[in-house]
Design a protein around this ligand. Structure first.
Ligand code: RRO
Length: 318
């Protein structure tokens, strides 16, 4: 069930959503098993910025009905330590092309997700990554709902096109733009990314959300999350993701990576059926780190279209 995506041949259409699977930590937990049975057809890194970032103060998570609100705030070691420490560590797990291995390289392609506070910063991120043969493609995060970088460009088609076209020439690698769902016209933004020179778009990132502190002063509105607000993921956002992926796939010619609340092969099938080329699994991997492998296996076997109609629904007479 191999899939062609931006010049890469992937073993199957299931990858991870950025920031939802830490392969280096998973190696510590699962050892060699992780390498032998890596669940994703390509591995997407957590967002990397030029300088190291500590992220938001805790609490960073809130469990919502059928979902998870995160306010992680982009913690990462910065570009240079990522290149120096993480690329070799990922290589040991079989992630990232081995220099000189050529077409027979069995490693899992590495997609590095980056975010910059300016076009100059982004250009530097792309240029440094462009020199790294381990990296197969780049994903530009213009959609984080947690930090005010002044770069809310992902929500504005004109700014998005300007930034993508300003940095496009800094890398020969496929450039994926991860869109924000928190804007009035997501297909317009997708089209802007395509016009700016993106090779693919990915969506959806988390939906802006917040939670109040459970024990707060009477009548108070103190927030639970250290960062104030966060982003909602998980099954709660699946129908929104399906609508946005369908609308974007109908508008652009470039490939689409669809994600949002995928828990099963039927959910993945839905996104593929509305036009996604690849599907990413995110929040569900926190519950079951092997779920993506099962989804890929079931997709290959063929799943019936649509969600199975549960007994509860039939009983209710709906
Ligand atoms: O780090 C985060 O808080 C974060 C990021 Br960069 C993102 O793109 N989406 C999200 O829900 N959280």
């Amino acid at each position: 069930m191999s899939v062609e995506f931006c010049g890469l041949t992937l073993a199957h259409p299931v990858i991870n959503g950025s920031g939802t699977f830490d392969a280096i930590a998973a190696r510590r937990a699962f050892g060699e098993q992780l390498r032998e049975r890596f669940p994703f057809a390509a591995y997407v890194s957590k967002t990397i910025t030029l300088e190291p970032r500590a992220g938001n103060p805790p609490p960073r998570l809130w469990e919502a009905p059928a979902g998870l609100i995160n306010s992680i705030g982009l913690p990462n070691k910065g570009l240079y330590d990522y290149v120096r420490e993480d690329l070799p560590a990922l290589g040991e797990i079989g992630i990232g092309a081995r220099p000189g291995a050529g077409g027979t390289d069995p490693s899992v392609p590495l997609i590095t997700n980056v975010m910059g506070a300016s076009a100059e910063e982004l250009a530097q991120l792309l240029e440094v990554c462009n020199e790294r043969t381990e990296i197969a493609a780049l994903e530009l995060n213009v959609s984080c709902p947690n930090v005010k970088t002044g770069l809310d460009i992902g929500a504005d088609p004109r700014q998005l096109e300007a930034v993508v076209s300003a940095v496009r020439g800094r890398t020969d690698k496929p450039l994926i733009v991860k869109l924000t769902p928190n804007t009035a016209d997501v297909p317009d933004c997708a089209l802007a990314a395509e016009h700016g020179g993106a090779d693919a778009v990915s969506l959806i990132n988390t939906l802006r959300a917040t939670a109040l502190a459970p024990r707060r002063s009477p009548g108070g509105s103190e927030r639970w999350l250290g960062g104030g607000s966060g982003g909602l993921s998980g099954p709660a956002i699946r129908p929104v993701a399906l609508a946005q992926v369908a609308a974007v796939a109908a508008r652009v010619k470039i490939p689409v990576i669809g994600m949002g609340g995928v828990q099963s092969a039927a959910h993945a099938r839905d996104l593929l059926d509305v036009g996604a080329t690849l599907v990413a699994v995110g929040t569900e991997s926190f519950r079951d780190p092997t779920v993506a492998a099962r989804i890929a296996r079931e997709l290959a076997r063929g799943v019936p279209a649509g969600e199975p109609i549960g007994a509860a629904r039939e009983d209710s007479g709906a």
